[in-house]
Design a protein around this ligand. Structure first.
Ligand SMILES: C[S@@+](CC[C@H](N)C(=O)[O-])C[C@H]1O[C@@H](n2cnc3c(N)ncnc32)[C@H](O)[C@@H]1O
Length: 337
């Protein structure tokens, strides 16, 4: 008999196992065990970021072949539970071994393809901060593979349009000359997504772990922003559809789904993350959850902020070294990295 928690009186019930009457499911346990309890073709959209096998606190590192073999078993189960018009959004970065990078999407592509799935987009999720590499260029993007199970699938472009850069642009030749050329609903957001709030956006420069300044950050070491999942939810599912995150972490996809009136399901093996996910879902319903609003532009420094100006001791040092490419005028004129 599945157990459940009542979040707000009788109105919202969170089950820990799937039941045909469920609306919201959060399961604590192993992904494969959980998926095997789900009926065929139930889920409209799967949005997830699997473990990358890079030795995070929630994973045991194994060879890349073994890792991919294990993931293939999970993906086959995901394919089984996905509805014929359903989609999978698989968000990954790099696996790194002895300084060599293995972009995981390259390896996952053939697993999805072998099941007959079709790649509709390879979205680049670009962010402006991260580790500073010493022996290669610093990585500043990860990818999201959007696969559909078949040729008939949901794609609500209007739900995710973004403001046009030049809404007043007009056709300059042909029959439509002089008419507005854009779409009043906005433009297609494209396959490059710039979502993550810059560390310095919050203005709390002097807090040691600047990452924790992100409005949504919890103690989870590999959380993605609600906005990332929300765009997938809006575009690739309809209200009351099931949205599943098999590696739910602290429940980011679930929040995106319930925020948009979908049924939400998630699973994670770590008790601590499940507890945070429950709290986040509860705070969402009580209106207390801190969220970065969908479509909020990424902050661009003006050059007047103290943090975006070259510190005096750098200027002095460069001048003492007599670097001809630097003068204090140029330094003032080019205040960013
Ligand atoms: C990259 S994180 C996902 C984070 C999530 N997107 C979020 O925003 O919180 C991967 C998650 O998979 C979970 N995980 C790893 N192996 C698992 C397994 N065999 N069964 C269930 N969960 C697992 C980890 O505990 C971790 O929270």
């Amino acid at each position: 008999m599945p157990s459940f928690e009542t979040l707000f009186g009788e109105s919202i019930q969170m089950d820990n196992e799937y039941d045909s009457r469920s609306q919201l499911v959060l399961h604590h346990g192993d992904v494969l065990d959980f998926l095997r309890t789900l009926p065929n073709e139930t889920i409209k959209l799967i949005v997830t970021s699997p473990p990358y096998n890079i030795g995070k606190e929630y994973e045991t590192r194994v060879g890349i072949e073994q890792y991919l073999d294990e993931q293939e078993v999970v993906i086959k189960e995901l394919y089984r539970v996905l509805s014929p018009d359903g989609s999978i959004c698989w968000q990954v970065g790099n696996y790194v071994e002895r300084g060599e990078i293995y972009p995981l999407d390259i390896f996952y592509y053939s697993i999805f393809k072998s099941l007959g799935m079709k790649l509709r987009n390879r979205v680049v999720w670009h962010f402006g901060h991260g580790l500073h590499a010493k022996k290669r260029f610093s990585g500043r993007y990860e990818t999201l593979l959007w696969f559909t199970k078949g040729d008939e699938y949901t794609f609500n472009l209007d739900a995710v349009r973004v403001p046009s850069k030049y809404p007043g642009k007009r056709h300059y030749k042909g029959e439509k000359r002089g008419q507005l050329s854009g779409n009043p609903k906005g433009k297609n957001p494209s396959d490059i997504w710039l979502l993550m709030e810059e560390e310095w956006e919050s203005g709390l420069w002097d807090i040691p772990n600047v990452k924790s300044n992100h409005a949504e950050k919890t103690m989870h070491p590999a959380q993605f922003p609600i906005e990332l999942a929300e765009r997938c939810v809006l575009a690739l599912s309809n209200e009351t559809d099931w949205v599943l995150d098999p590696y739910a972490g602290v429940g980011t996809t679930l929040i995106a789904a319930i925020k948009r009136g979908r049924k939400a399901m998630g699973c994670d093996k770590e008790d601590e993350y499940i507890e945070i996910a429950k709290l986040r879902v509860q705070s969402y319903y009580s209106g207390d959850l801190r969220m970065r609003p969908l479509g909020k532009p990424v902050y661009q420094p003006t050059g007047r902020e103290k943090i975006s100006q070259y510190p005096d001791d750098w200027v002095t040092k460069r001048l003492l070294e007599r670097d001809p490419s630097w003068s204090s005028d140029e330094i003032d004129a080019e205040p960013h990295e």
